[in-house]
Design a protein around this ligand. Sequence first.
Ligand SMILES: [Zn+2]
Length: 494
Amino acid sequence: MKKDKMQEAGKQEFILKSGLEIHQQLDSHKLFCNCPGILRKDKPDYEVERKLHIIAGEGGEVDEAVMFEASKDKKFVYQGYYDNTCLVELDEEPPYEINQEALKIAVQISLLLNCEVLQDSQIMRKIVINGSNTSGFQRTVLLARGGFLDTSFGKVAIDYVFLEEDSARPASSQEESDPELENSVSYKLDRLGIPLVEIVTGIMHSAEQIKECALKIGEILRVCKVRRGIGTIRQDLNISINCNGDESERVEIKGFQDPKIMNLTVEKEVERQKKCLKDNSCKKEVRRSNPDGTTSFLRPMPGAARMYPETDLPLLHIPRGLINEAKSSLPRMKHEIKAELSAEGLSEELVKLILDENKVPDYKELLGVYNNPNLIAKMLVLWKREICSREKISEKDIGKRLTLDVLESILVLVRDKKIDESRAKSVMAEIAGGKDINSVLKLESIDNLEDEIIKLVREKPGLTANAYMGLAMARFKGRVSGKEVMEILNKIVK
Ligand SMILES: [Zn+2]
């Protein structure tokens, strides 16, 4: 009865089923060779032409999407640079062992997404037919699964985390707008092989939840060692609807650059699928996200037949040690740092300034010199600013004069009761005004260097003689000779 009434009113009840796939580049060298993966704007050093040939997947079948692309019989031109692409990108040399740093970053991301990391995994080849991989496949490995994220709409499952290599990028902006339609396509090899994580979420039921989930994953990625800027993160969306009991086919929408159009795109795609359900024209397919929120057909949905094992590489084993190391050095989320700074007694304003100005590492370093959180926070973010506006000194100049070393010297004087805490600000102002630090602080030569160095070794135990040397030279800058310091270190550090 209810269903009929709804239809009478011209309204259709539907349930949205949508999952996110997020691809993020990691900030490390390439995944299966040692090339740096720097994107270049200058002219390439060489060009190579290729055509792709169809082969069957692991199950012996040829994928529908593969057939579709092969039917276009395209020619591919690859542009490379001698100093940042090698024979691995050209598929003329087997891949090297997987990049251990990228592996560790990806494990950290997996742990922050509450996933179980798989210790043994088969690296796979995923057939890619638009020419963006010279080999015709992309290497990918399932790293972790079974995680979750809390959102205000409830838990969202994180189904899988993959570690994979990025593809080559279209060489010109014209092709970037539509590489699928060209008969000859040029790609730059500089992006090919850059490590990527692919995060696949479980099903969500509203556009708002999808957006919140995407933002939360973005927050997690940003505290890890990932690349920043346009093109370093790509979001795809899987959408299907259940309309009055009828299921539409799942559609994959690729290439969200702007999360702001996500809600609009979901809305428009739902309308399109409702219409498809009505005229029975639903297809599984991959579509492209357009800036106006609409989508357009890109290619058929690739199936399972496009995966087969990478036989050039052994089974990937992730030792327990690597997982433990990733765990113990897990980056902390912004809200955790906030809570810690507040617990150290800093006001809300100081916490905000320290986070906004990215001063947490400096704050921590100075805290190691003298445990006085409020004084340090004020020196780092509050007084500098006050001095700037009062003395009419540019931010650039004050940054050059009140370096971390200078602040540390002032702090040491306060700690050692050579000046009173209340003088710290005026000392800063004098130095900011252009006075020489030594004349302001009336630094005298160090009477007993050996005692000072023993003190330094006790403050930071367990380092090498060279590391102490660096610390000593930074602390006693201009007042001691390196030779003298090394002689003392050789006596006291084994
Ligand atoms: Zn390379």
